[in-house]
Design a protein around this ligand. Sequence first.
Ligand code: LLP
Length: 404
Amino acid sequence: MKYINKNLSIEKVKVQDISKKFGTPTYCYSYGQLKKNIDDFKKNFSSFAPLICFAIKSNTNVNLIREIRKFGLGADVVSIGELMMALKAGIDPKKIVFSGVGKTTDEINYAIDKKILLINAESKSEIIEIERIARSKKKIVNIGIRLNPNTDAKTLKQISTGKKENKFGVDEKTFFALVNYSKLSKNISLKCLSVHIGSQILDYKPYEKMLKVVDKIIKKSNHKFKFIDLGGGMGISYEKNNKKLNYQKYNIAIKKFLRNHKSKIIFEPGRSIVGNIGSLISKVIYIKENGKKDFIILDAAMNDLMRPALYGANHRTLPAIKTNQTSKKIYEFVGPICESTDKFTTLKKFQKLKEKDLVVMCDVGAYGMSLSSNYNVRPKPSEILIKGSKMNVIKKRQKLKDLI
Ligand code: LLP
């Protein structure tokens, strides 16, 4: 995304033209950036050629997932709906892993019938349920066990998953008991150890620590795991001067780990694949003066982009057309919803705005549209995929008649 003759453009398309054609609010994704992210991800870990299972929860647009599948990626799913979506996008079931703490009987049934690569179980009760269903179908089902490595991911508390107090995975002691239980079962085959310590991780050290724990536990468990699923969590730069995750260091740590373990590595990245490919285009409805601060009331709201309200997340915000006038006021960008957390960002010295101007929120490709809702009976935005100078609608804007 860059300014071409003062016009903010996604690849070769002006934001203004997207808005004219499709209205606002609208999510736009850059195909070029998607390709670059996947190429970079593969390159970063090329020496051990991992299976990359895209975390569907980060972006559930079936047409976008189809593009991701064309690069050879599999999927990490956490519900029957996500599993159906991955299959609809043409992802090979042998590249699908199923995570989550509360898989229901229906979900396990469906996953077994679709012959997916792995069901990553997160409790003893779940393993017993998988075993019961597998037995009734006279099948042997490949499973993983998710370990809770009690490792601090050094990220936001709300998106940390690898500490003892988090509901995810099982502790060391339970892990060993479940390995032994699985070994004796006729209907489950233990193929994988999985971990996922959190999201938006920018420091490689938690990953290093996690690998040390995994190494120790595998040695102690005396079981040969065909797969080690290291989850996702790789962070991206939301701010210009954010630090970047050192992939090289993470890669070195994994290579060291693999010297002792001849397993295939699986990753479940979401944000690092789609986070920076997405932008949300929105229009200023009104500007309301409030002393030193102006409320910039947008037509996008927390139902369209939940991350600021939910995590206090900040998304870079840019004007669609650059002028050289700077506002003397502080701008608080808000949505029209009746909640005080319906607020995106507060900025000083932003370009002077007027009503009907367009603004763009950046890096919303992950957990943007997928976390959206119909709160306040607001139809969900359209989604557009940009490739060079082409614009393709990959999801139409919801219509009020679909909701009412
Ligand atoms: N694997 C598992 C088991 C997960 O729980 C997650 C994310 C991922 C993979 C993908 O993580 P990623 O590579 O995208 O960091 N809504 C929050 C993020 C929640 C992440 C939940 N789990 C946000 O907007 O920041």
